[in-house]
Design a protein around this ligand. Structure first.
Ligand code: CO
Length: 134
């Protein structure tokens, strides 16, 4: 049976990366591990690891991106919570069998080889949930 292992990261959408880092990195004092452009998602992501999990700040780098559309519609704020799972294919089938609405019917593969898929907020109590298999 597929098992959820941990909270992997919490993602926050921001419209000004430096301004957000002045809170998360400078005011709270969480170390910025990496600031990376993700051309495939037309966004920039800051990774702030914290005791086995991460805060991720996501900023659109193009008006065309999904994140830009989200930001225009809803403004800055919590974007998604990501749960690490040991068997993403198994978990997606389990969710389908329980009529949970998925955004990605099949897992996608990130540049670093991680498999991920999103679950629709309609089925989760309003929170976009990402599954990650490392
Ligand atoms: Co994520």
């Amino acid at each position: 049976m597929p098992t959820i292992k941990a909270i992997n990261h919490v993602a926050v959408v921001v419209d000004d990366m430096e301004k957000s880092l002045s809170f998360w990195r400078d005011a709270l004092g969480i170390e910025l591990h990496e600031l990376r452009d993700v051309p495939a998602e037309k966004s920039q992501v800051a990774f702030l690891p914290l005791a086995g999990a991460e805060v991720e700040l996501v900023m659109p780098t193009s008006d065309e991106s999904g994140i830009a559309k989200y930001l225009a519609k809803r403004g800055q704020g919590m974007h998604h919570i990501c749960l690490e799972v040991d068997d993403i294919d198994g978990m997606l089938s389990q969710l389908r069998s329980k009529n949970i609405r998925l955004i990605n019917e099949e897992p996608r593969t990130a540049v670093d080889g991680k498999k991920y898929a999103f679950i629709h907020p309609e089925s989760t109590g309003g929170v976009l949930v990402e599954l990650y298999q490392i």
